[in-house]
Design a protein around this ligand. Structure first.
Ligand SMILES: [Zn+2]
Ligand SMILES: [Zn+2]
Length: 394
C-alpha cells in the first residue's frame, strides 16, 4: 500500500500528506533494520495513519504496540482515538478511550471531537458532563466540540447557552472558531438576523468561513440583500480567493483554478484515487458506464439533480455539467464494480460533499444495499438505507 501513497505523491495530489507517507516509510525501514520503536515513534506512526485514513496500518500499529508491550499511555491512547475516529471506526475509538488507564483533557477532546464529527451529539454532551466530575480541565477545544455537538444535533439554545457560559463558568475567552460555530448554527437554523448581529458585534474580525456560512444560508432562505452584503465583505477580505462564483470565470481566464475535488476509495487495502471528471483509471470505461447506470436507477427512485444555489455557493465543486462526475460519484461507481456485494464502501474526499452528491449517496445506500462511509473536508457521513448520520447537516 505504501507504493500507492508514493504514486499519489508523485502525481502531486496528496502533497499535504507527503509527511505522513515519509513517516510510514521510515517506520517500515526501522522495523527492517530491527530498530526498536518507542512510544514517540508509535504516536508519529498512528498520526500518519490517521492523516492518510490508512485504517489497516493503524490497526497493525496498535496491535504491534500491544504485542511488544509498549506502554499505551495517555498520549498514545489519544493518538489511537484520533486515528480510529479519523478512519471511521468510532467503535474502536470508544474501546481505546474507555480502557485507557488515564485520560487527560487532550484525550477527552479527541473522543468528544470523534463523537461530534460522527453525528453522536447527545453522547458528546454526556461525555462532557463527566469531565468536571473526573477532575479533567475543560479548555477552548472542549468547548468548541460541545458547541458543535449541540449545533449538529439541532440544539440551538443549548449551544448558545454553552457559548455564554464558557467565559463565566470556565474562564475561557471565545475565539474565532467559537464565533464561527455559533454563526454557522444560527445560519442553518434560519436565524439570519441574529447571525448578522453577532458578526457585527463580535470583538474579533470575522473570517471568510463565517461570511460563507451566512452567505450559504442567505441563498437557501432567499435573503438576497443580506447575502449580497456578506459577499461584498467576503470579497473585500479575500479578493484573490478563487472560490467565489461571481468572479470564478474571470479568475479561470487569469489561470487561477480551484483545488480540484478528489476522492480516495479503499478496495481490498489498495487506495484508488479519482479527480473530478477523471478518465485516467484503467477501468474508466466501466466506471462511466456504471455512473450512467446509477443515474438511471436513482432517477427511477425519484432522484433529480439540483443545481440551485449556484450564485452563493462559494466552496463546492463546479455544478452544471460535471455534477455526475464529481470524484465521489466515480469512486462509488468503481467500488460498486470492484468490491464484494454488500461490503461497506469507504471514501475520503478532500472537499466538502455537495448537496447533490450527498443526496445521491443516500439513495445509492438504499437502492444498492451498501453502507457508504465518507469522510469529507469537515466531517463523516455514514450513509445507510437511504439516510445519513449527519442528518443532512454538514
Ligand atoms: Zn458533488
Ligand atoms: Zn451526511
Amino acid at each position: 500500500m505504501l507504493s500507492a501513497y508514493a504514486r499519489l505523491r508523485d502525481r502531486g495530489v496528496a502533497c499535504a500528506s507527503s509527511a505522513a507517507d515519509t513517516i510510514l516509510e521510515l517506520f517500515a525501514r526501522m522495523l527492517f533494520l530491527a530498530i526498536r520503536p518507542n512510544e514517540i515513534t508509535l504516536v508519529a506512526v498512528i498520526g500518519a495513519c490517521s492523516e492518510l485514513g490508512a485504517l489497516g496500518h493503524g490497526v497493525w500499529a496498535h496491535a504491534y504496540a500491544v504485542k511488544r508491550r509498549l506502554a499505551v499511555n495517555c498520549i498514545v491512547a489519544t493518538a489511537l482515538v484520533e486515528m480510529y475516529t479519523g478512519c471511521g471506526r468510532l467503535d474502536l475509538a470508544e474501546k481505546v478511550f474507555t480502557t485507557a488507564s488515564d485520560r487527560d483533557t487532550l484525550c477527552y477532546n479527541a473522543m468528544l471531537h470523534g463523537l461530534t464529527i460522527h453525528g453522536h451529539g447527545r453522547a458528546a454532551l454526556t461525555l462532557f458532563d463527566i469531565m468536571p466530575r473526573a477532575g479533567v480541565l475543560v479548555d477552548g477545544v472542549t468547548m468548541l466540540s460541545v458547541m458543535c455537538a449541540c449545533a449538529h444535533a439541532g440544539l440551538v439554545d443549548e449551544c448558545l447557552e454553552y457559548f455564554d457560559r464558557m467565559e463565566i463558568d470556565f474562564g475561557i475567552e471565545p475565539r474565532i472558531e467559537h464565533y464561527g460555530c455559533v454563526v454557522d448554527m444560527l445560519s442553518r437554523a434560519g436565524r439570519l438576523d441574529y447571525a448578522d448581529k453577532l458578526i457585527h458585534e463580535m470583538p474579533i474580525a470575522p473570517n471568510a468561513a463565517i461570511y460563507r456560512s451566512l452567505i450559504r444560508a442567505c441563498s437557501i432562505h432567499g435573503k438576497l440583500e443580506l447575502g449580497e452584503r456578506m459577499v461584498a465583505k467576503l470579497m473585500r477580505l479575500e479578493p484573490d480567493d478563487s472560490g467565489n462564483h461571481k468572479t470564478r470565470k474571470e479568475m479561470k481566464s487569469m489561470g487561477i483554478d480551484k483545488n480540484p475535488g478528489s476522492s480516495l476509495v479503499d478496495i481490498n487495502g489498495v487506495l484508488h484515487e479519482f479527480l473530478v471528471g477523471d478518465k485516467t483509471h484503467p477501468a474508466s470505461k466501466e466506471i462511466y458506464a456504471m455512473v450512467e447506470e446509477i443515474e438511471t436507477r436513482l432517477s427511477e427512485h425519484g432522484h433529480r439533480s439540483s443545481t440551485s444555489s449556484v450564485l452563493f455557493d462559494v466552496e463546492e465543486e463546479d455544478k452544471a455539467d460535471t455534477l455526475s462526475y464529481h470524484s465521489e460519484r466515480l469512486a462509488i461507481a468503481f467500488a460498486l464494480i470492484a468490491s464484494n456485494a454488500g461490503a461497506p464502501i469507504r471514501i475520503i474526499k478532500n472537499l466538502r460533499v455537495c448537496a447533490d452528491c450527498h443526496e445521491s449517496a443516500k439513495l445509492v445506500s438504499r437502492v444498492y444495499g451498501r453502507e457508504i462511509v465518507m469522510r469529507d473536508r469537515t466531517r463523516f457521513h455514514h450513509f445507510r438505507d437511504g439516510m445519513c448520520s449527519c442528518g443532512d447537516f454538514w
